[in-house]
Design a protein around this ligand. Structure first.
Ligand code: 13P
Length: 335
């Protein structure tokens, strides 16, 4: 088995998933503000370090995505990537530099970060990272995502993936079709399928070793302002159909983003997807908000309560890992 494929397996097999703790300082500031905590470098580190030293890191979390600030931080003279790897978890790093306005399509975005990437990747490898993340972002409306946004983001994702594999790391390919809007789940299906197919067209033309990648897609859901009521069975059906038709078989690891779903919705839908999965794909989670929200709320009330915060996080991680094996039930949830 190739080195890259064995990294993929360590991250996503046996019900393990990914903790996405790679919020940029701007996004993390928003999250901390929402619970009335000041966004200082120490506070950002302290909260994240509580998660990284939780017992569920060993049992549930195969990989952690870090932000540039965090991968360089230390706690008690121990480097953060070292704290993560001592549990057998693999440190990863977000390497894009964010989504900017796409010229000539002012309401759409193109993700940047290719300039100097080869050199930055060497640095991240030396700091301990073995996988990376790049997020393309697409919004849905009558005219969007446009062909221009779909093809330019796919091209950037493929150039990124090629550089990451050259540097000996696993690229997470994240084309996120946002939930914002009042569109139906069928529209989300059509647009997401188009986006993912274009990504693989580019990845294949850049000769990417697909077995050495992880796809991080959105689930197929109605827009957050839509009135459509849809069951987790329908969500799972549409999501499985979309991925079966758009993702080549060589891709083994698929780790969903939570994208604004509640913790329980993201868990329930992942569980249903795994119960209904008849393919060889391994479906797990790469959640940010759906793993951290309750823990952050708890911590914000008493930032010295490490054990209590870890209990909340451990519960969420355990529920997500059960869902990644199709073994979750609602009555396992605490109220
Ligand atoms: P959410 O699970 O909060 O959507 O975050 C995942 C992520 O990494 C978005 O890029």
């Amino acid at each position: 088995m190739s080195e890259l494929k064995s990294i993929v397996n360590k991250i996503v097999s046996s019900g393990k998933g990914i903790l996405a703790a790679d919020e940029s300082t701007g996004t993390m500031t928003k999250r901390l503000k929402s619970v009335n905590v000041e966004s200082t470098s120490d506070n950002r580190l302290n909260f994240r370090n509580i998660l990284f030293t939780s017992s569920s890191m060993k049992t549930c979390i195969g990989g952690v995505i870090l932000y540039d600030e965090t991968i360089r931080q230390e706690n008690n003279s121990k480097k953060i990537p070292e704290i993560i790897s001592q549990n057998g978890t693999i440190p990863g790093i977000k390497v894009d530099t964010g989504a900017k306005v796409l010229a000539n399509s002012s309401e759409e975005k193109i993700t940047e970060g290719l300039d100097g990437l080869r050199e930055r990747l060497k640095d991240y490898y030396n700091l301990g990272a073995r996988f990376t993340k790049w997020r393309g972002v697409y919004s849905i409306s009558e005219k969007y995502p446009s062909k221009l946004a779909i093809s330019s983001n796919a091209h950037a994702l493929a150039r990124y993936a090629a550089l990451v594999q050259e540097a000996g790391m696993v690229p997470i390919i994240e084309p996120e079709v946002l939930m914002d809007g009042s569109h139906s789940a069928d529209i989300c299906f059509t647009k997401t399928s188009e986006v993912i197919k274009k990504c693989y067209e580019e990845l294949i033309s850049f000769k990417i070793d697909l077995a050495g990648t992880i796809l991080k897609p959105n689930m197929i859901l109605p827009g957050s302002n839509s009135d459509q009521k849809i069951s987790s069975t329908e969500i799972a059906e549409l999501t499985l159909k979309c991925l079966k038709e758009s993702v080549p078989n060589e891709v083994s690891g698929i780790a969903f983003l939570s994208g604004g779903q509640t913790e329980i919705q993201a868990t329930e839908n992942l569980n249903k997807i795994n119960l209904m999965n008849k393919s060889n794909f391994l479906f797990t989670y790469s959640y940010g908000r759906a793993l951290q929200q309750s823990a952050l709320k708890h911590w914000s009330k008493n930032i010295n309560d490490t054990t209590g915060t870890q209990d909340v996080f451990n519960h969420r991680a355990k529920m997500c890992t059960l869902a990644a094996k199709g073994e979750w039930t609602k009555n396992l949830e605490k109220n």
